[in-house]
Design a protein around this ligand. Structure first.
Ligand SMILES: Cc1cc2nc3c(=O)[nH]c(=O)nc-3n(C[C@H](O)[C@H](O)[C@H](O)COP(=O)(O)OP(=O)(O)OC[C@H]3O[C@@H](n4cnc5c(N)ncnc54)[C@H](O)[C@@H]3O)c2cc1C
Length: 469
């Protein structure tokens, strides 16, 4: 028997009384996209979709759901890759997409305050027009800021600037019990008690629903140049990364990519990549106040690469080249997806020094299981995106192979002192591997924290950890 109440007419009446009839969607009025996320491995439609417009509405709904034991899940753009925004127990889905206003840019405190449904691309463009930079740069620009905070999204610029959590100063959150709290604020430093704001970031919508965020911004660097460097092979490419970092001038981004994935992206976009003659590439970006400063930074890097298997150095500084390279990089995931019938992914992170070993291990598994496996990743921070492709396999064989490969991949990552997820989160799809990675005491603490915030376990239950245990 379900732990949760099935929604009935009186619940719908209540929801309509809070937000009005038009923003309570049921049955066929709910677009089927809301039954899955971008990877589409985990599927279930919510019983009702609420298009929330403010924190007060969410607060009333949360208090009611807590009292009546109705499951609730917050939803941004649904671009997640681990099933975290899927209503696996049915119930209420609260979409934050209509809460999409940029509320304030405070140039004295260098903060921007936004509602959670603002898209990353909208925020990036807005601050950039005013000569500021919001540094987190995950690949999917149509994700919401609320989703980025809830997953502690990483992205391309993490090497130099860090990840989403490094840019969240304050949050307004509706707790699972319905109270509205403000955590953190515009202050730069804060040693006042437990870091509850920090706990909220990356909690995948299990501890509260973010209804406002105060984010740190930086002055926009005047110039930025990318370098595309073909290498003799993947070992030389990844082997160069630590040497590049040792120049002490930290690049903004260090991505590695292989020819196969570049060819997929070319085909998917119908656009030529500047070079695809080599098996392996590094894509580096440097930013700074002037072209001279950037050139001074990358000259020693060019020397290092040429001395260690680099074959050429293509400077990506024209708009045309920037578009060709970065649009391809941003399309890798979609391009791989487009090259097969179905895929599953893992985004393990290992210490940077073990990245090449991890990539090689995927080659071994590819041979052993005779399955197409592709990867690319953030070489600067050890985060590897690995995709298993189903192609024409039967459902049964695909699942057997996929599960066996994942078991081996995660075991390998753990022996290399890695973690299940570098940036996509645990959601529902990776619960089993998170449980294998973490010691019982950590899992028990995670469950206990969840229970303190959410006594009846109604907000996004069974994500990150299985609560039935
Ligand atoms: C092509 C592609 C590239 C990607 N590249 C990257 C990348 O480089 N780096 C990276 O980190 N991720 C990447 N992702 C994954 C995805 O974009 C991120 O996880 C993103 O942060 C999800 O945001 P969203 O608005 O789509 O959230 P959703 O998918 O809707 O939700 C994700 C989680 O956040 C919770 N949530 C959403 N809004 C709120 C809120 N207001 N309050 C509380 N919880 C909330 C949901 O309940 C769910 O648990 C990529 C995805 C795709 C498809």
């Amino acid at each position: 028997m379900s732990r949760y109440k099935t929604l009935d007419q009186s619940d719908l009446e209540f929801l309509r009384s809070v937000v009005g009839v038009e923003r309570v969607l049921i049955g066929e009025a709910i677009n089927e996209d809301y039954g899955r996320d971008e990877l589409a491995e985990v599927r279930r439609m919510p019983d009702v979709l609420i298009e929330a417009e403010n924190a007060k509405e969410i607060s009333e709904i949360m208090a009611y759901a807590q009292k009546h034991k109705i499951p609730v899940v917050a939803r941004g753009s649904g671009t997640g890759l681990v099933g975290s925004s899927v209503a696996i127990h049915g119930g209420i889905m609260i979409s934050l997409q209509k809460m999409n206003k940029i509320l304030e840019l405070d140039s004295q405190n260098l903060t921007v305050t936004v509602e959670p449904g603002v898209l990353l691309m909208e925020l990036a463009a807005y601050v950039s027009e005013q000569d500021y930079l919001y540094p987190p740069d995950p690949g999917e620009k149509s994700a919401t800021i609320g989703g980025n905070i809830a997953t502690n999204a990483g992205g391309m610029r993490a090497v130099k600037y860090g990840v989403t959590k490094d840019y969240v100063r304050g949050l307004e959150v509706v707790l699972p019990t319905g109270e509205i709290v403000e955590l953190g604020g515009k202050v730069v430093k804060n040693s006042s008690g437990f870091d509850l704001k920090g706990l909220m970031i990356g909690s995948e919508g299990t501890l509260g629903i973010i209804t406002k965020a105060i984010l740190k911004i930086l002055p926009l660097p005047a110039k930025s140049v990318s370098l595309l460097i073909p290498f003799v092979d993947i070992d030389h490419a990844i082997g160069c990364v630590s040497k590049i970092m040792n120049t002490k001038i930290i690049p903004t981004a260090v991505e590695f990519m292989e020819r196969e994935v570049i060819l997929d992206a070319q085909k998917y976009l119908g656009k030529n990549f500047p070079d695809h003659s080599s098996d392996a590439y590094l894509l580096l970006t440097y930013d700074g106040v002037s072209r001279m400063e950037i050139e001074a930074a990358y000259q020693p890097v060019a020397d290092i690469c040429f001395a260690n298997g680099g074959l050429d150095l293509l400077i990506v500084d024209t708009d045309e080249r920037k578009d060709a390279v970065w649009s391809a990089r941003s399309a890798f995931l979609e391009a791989i997806k487009g090259s097969t019938t179905e895929m599953d992914e893992c985004d393990v992170v290992v210490p940077k020094s073990h990245l090449a070993e991890m990539v090689h291990y995927t080659y071994t598994l590819k041979e052993k299981y005779n399955l197409r496996i592709k990867s690319f990743g953030h070489a600067g921070d050890g985060n590897l995106h690995i995709y298993l492709l189903k192609d024409e396999l039967s459902e049964e064989v695909w699942k057997q192979k996929r599960d066996a490969i994942f078991d081996e991949l995660y075991s390998k990552a753990f022996t290399l002192q890695g973690k299940v997820s570098g940036e996509h989160g645990i959601g529902f799809a990776k619960v089993e591997y998170f449980a294998k990675e973490e010691p019982p005491v950590v899992l028990a603490l995670t469950r206990a924290i969840k229970k303190v915030f959410d006594p009846n376990l109604v907000l996004n239950p069974d994500k990150i950890v299985n609560l039935a245990k």
